[in-house]
Design a protein around this ligand. Structure first.
Ligand code: SAM
Length: 270
């Protein structure tokens, strides 16, 4: 069974977690996370892949410089919420006669826009109460069920890959980061916003280790003690480009963040 097959069989807890995800994050989003998403995604350009897109909290923040957007999400319950958000948004634009929702074979769906095609703006209330204000200059947003460890895209497909709060949860973060490198074109950027393990030897790190098991059960596989910054560095991404920040409004074990726009060197380099 592949990772995607496994995730496609969304169990009751997956469905519950998808339903409570945004309410659980709401305080953190208000206390800086939504602004952090917006600032990071301002750097997205061209053809963009977002891995582990979850319920789609990043969607309102993509800028007009994005010309194509693929959002991958292996969890069927999360994907259902994501699809509803995109569909509702497309339907809300239909009044202007410029958009349509279509479904393709192989489980990939697209929310596509016709007519003016670029830079159109729509507004609706989304699940977090924020205004969904999309200005993505794209013809179609593709939804893929792919797991980050096995991305079904050729080498060098994307100008930008986005990962927010995902590398804590993927089963094999080393494989996932290697896949991100592979699908980024030389000179492309990996936009990263991840919670990470606390400083080595700190009380926080000990607390993270202590609560890692129960937290993983509660948060659908999330490891609060994952050394994601080191994994990125080992994969050849420039760790010095990562800023250390704190996620306010959330439990301390997930508070330490790394944020950054990481350049990818030519394949075969470092
Ligand atoms: C904490 S949520 C983050 C969702 C979203 N990126 C955000 O910023 O709100 C982690 C997401 O990673 C997804 N995920 C889990 N395993 C994955 C994998 N192997 N590849 C890609 N995404 C995965 C989960 O289904 C979930 O949607």
């Amino acid at each position: 069974m592949t990772l995607t097959d496994a995730a496609d069989r969304a169990g009751w807890y997956d469905r519950l977690f998808a339903a409570i995800y945004e309410p659980f994050l709401a305080l953190g989003e208000r206390r800086g996370m939504a602004a952090r998403r917006r600032d990071l995604l301002a750097g997205a350009v061209g053809s963009v892949l977002e891995i582990g897109a979850g319920t789609g909290l990043n969607l309102p923040h993509y800028p007009a410089a994005v010309t194509g957007l693929t959002v991958s999400e292996p969890n069927a319950a999360m994907r259902a919420v994501l699809r509803r958000r995109l569909s509702a948004d497309a339907v809300s634009r239909r009044g202007g006669g410029t958009s349509a929702v279509s479904r393709r074979g192989g489980g990939t769906s697209a929310v596509s826009r016709r007519g003016d095609g670029t830079g159109a703006v729509s507004r609706r209330r989304d699940g977090t109460g924020a205004v969904l204000h999309r200005q993505v200059g794209v013809d179609a947003i593709q939804i893929s069920p792919a797991a980050a460890e096995a991305l079904p895209f050729p080498d060098g497909t994307f100008d930008t890959v986005v990962s927010t709060l995902v590398l804590c949860t993927v089963e094999d973060p080393v494989a996932a980061v290697a896949e991100v490198r592979r699908v980024l074109r030389p000179g492309g950027r990996f936009l990263v916003l991840e919670h990470v393990r606390g400083e080595h030897g700190s009380r926080l790190e000990r607390r993270q280790h202590r609560f890692a098991g129960p937290w993983e059960k509660f948060a659908a596989g999330c490891r609060c003690d994952r050394a994601t910054a080191e994994i990125l560095g080992d994969a050849g991404f420039d760790g010095t480009a990562l800023r250390r920040e704190r996620w306010a409004g959330m439990p301390s074990i997930v508070a330490p963040l790394v944020v950054g726009s990481l350049p990818v060197a030519g394949r075969g380099a470092g």
